[in-house]
Design a protein around this ligand. Sequence first.
Ligand SMILES: [Zn+2]
Length: 434
Amino acid sequence: MTHTSILPRLILMLFMATCTSISILAQTFGKHFNEATLRIDYIFAGNNYSQNIYLDRMKTFSGWYGRRTNMDILPLRGNGNITVTDITGADTLYTHSFSTLFQEWQSTEEATKVGRSFESTLLIPMPKEKVQVSVELKNMHNGSKSCLKHTIDPSDILISTHNEKKTTPYRYLHKAGDSKKKIDIVFIPEGYTAEEMEQFGKDCQESIESIFRHRPFNQLKDRFNFIAVDVPSEHSGVSVPRNKIWKETATGSHFDTFYSNRYLTTPNIKKLYDILDGIPCESIIILANTNEYGGGGIYNNYMLSASRGPAYKSVIVHEFGHSFAGLADEYFYDDQYVTMYPAGIEPWEQNLTTLTDFGSKWKDMLPQGTEIPTVADGKDRYTKVGVYEGGGYQSKGVYRPAQDCRMHTNQAPDFCPVCQRAILRLVDFLTEED
Ligand SMILES: [Zn+2]
């Protein structure tokens, strides 16, 4: 059991939408963007009912490794997005969705008592001309909750440049092709000392093998590059606050996020991206050198997993399902009722439904005559597609596609057919040729 979120959510107040909708036009990469990345650091701050977004710093480095096709469309809605438009706001040039630890935190009890701030870094291709950028965070009712709009002038002298001589050393562990065309997944060692870097390399290899053992990744080896960065930590292992253990590590991660024992995350997003400046990176896997069970995965943000212990190979694939593919947890709690997915709102995650808009989900994959809800009879647990009640931490009102799945338990040998299709569609979207 690992989490994108673990605590009961409070109903968040709906704030008025401030971002206007933007027309969709196909755009060619080279017309609007240079072969460079613009890293934008933001601060997301607030409490249980308010959100504020602040611009922090901007930095540029050569090379753009994100997608070059479908630039103006989101494959998944996510809990937030960044959208680049031309200076008039009329044409969308690039858009990208994500989820955040900040939004998860807003549902915790702590957020009812104190305001807090969270670092967030977003990458966009470096524009050739002045552009408008809007960053939007949603609430659970799919409304825009907060939005920051600002102009970026690529000739702004305060956009700092990355010193390429200081790029963290990295190497390709699996190379399917040019990083501009493939999906680049970067492994970061967390809590591995200089002497343990060889072990880190082995742990990366095992993680890659574990991902590629699962369908549909087993058919997609030609779409992914896997890269390992060489950034040793001062201490071996990671911080476990409940045991009063704090360590000096590459990204400063720790267990007990939101006081939940197994939730392993890092608040140090700027530190994380300082390691990554100049490196091809579209998805981040942080391997934590510990056998303490746990992890966390946040869509288009990062995933962190313990890299030791008996269950880690399953946990890594589960968390990658969150952070790369935007899949939701299919497990639920019998003895508590939490409202992550309120009735009347269809979740954006492809492997859950509230039956509000089931036609947009896996209705077309149901065998004829399938009853809704479907009774879990224990047969064909991983393969028989149905509409099984219980998922997304809720025992009622949320439905999952199979009795069991890698997004449900660590015992499941594979993703269910619906998760497999969602992954396949996303990979096709990201790697489609012009
Ligand atoms: Zn599934």
